[in-house]
Design a protein. Sequence first.
Length: 204
Amino acid sequence: MNTDTVILATAWIHQPALSTRPARTLIVGAATLTVRYRFCDLGFDLEAHSTTVTDDPHETMTWLAERLHVPPARLLLWRAEDIVVPSLISACDTARDTMAAARLLRELKLVFEGDVIDVAEGYGGQAATSFDAVAHGAGAPFVQLSSADLAEAHRTGCHGAIRQHLAARVKATWQLWLKGREDGDSLIAATDTWLNTPDAEVRA
């Protein structure tokens, strides 16, 4: 039985219409934190991908589809219904590569037939304050890349900034979910131990 939990964070840019290009949404980064439970032991696997102006714009979309190909037992997101999922669908609708978009939509459909948890529901749902404010309040420090900073990192090819941002976000999302669990003490302890190892650093 698949006992994996996957935490997903994505980054996108909404580009306005230009004379030669309609308005579109670009997925410019995605990160997954996979938590595996095997024989009473926890394992963590942190991955991130980013696409900047010099890269093929469908690369992150393809990368994400591959990570979701085997649906996890549980998927954790922040503000899934009103932010993440609509943005992913919009990005697929405006993608230059329709095959990559179709593949991602197929994998998303399979994942969403399983156990999907919106962590924000435990913190006010759509009325929740900003993610970084919630994370700081819960003792899971997180520094948000502003929309302008994200666009600049995309424009200048700064993969490291995008991936560090997304890696921090999936780690904080996992920590926020753990705080809402009555049986979370052992998971929190294992997570804290992992966070203090080199494996908790995403490599750009």
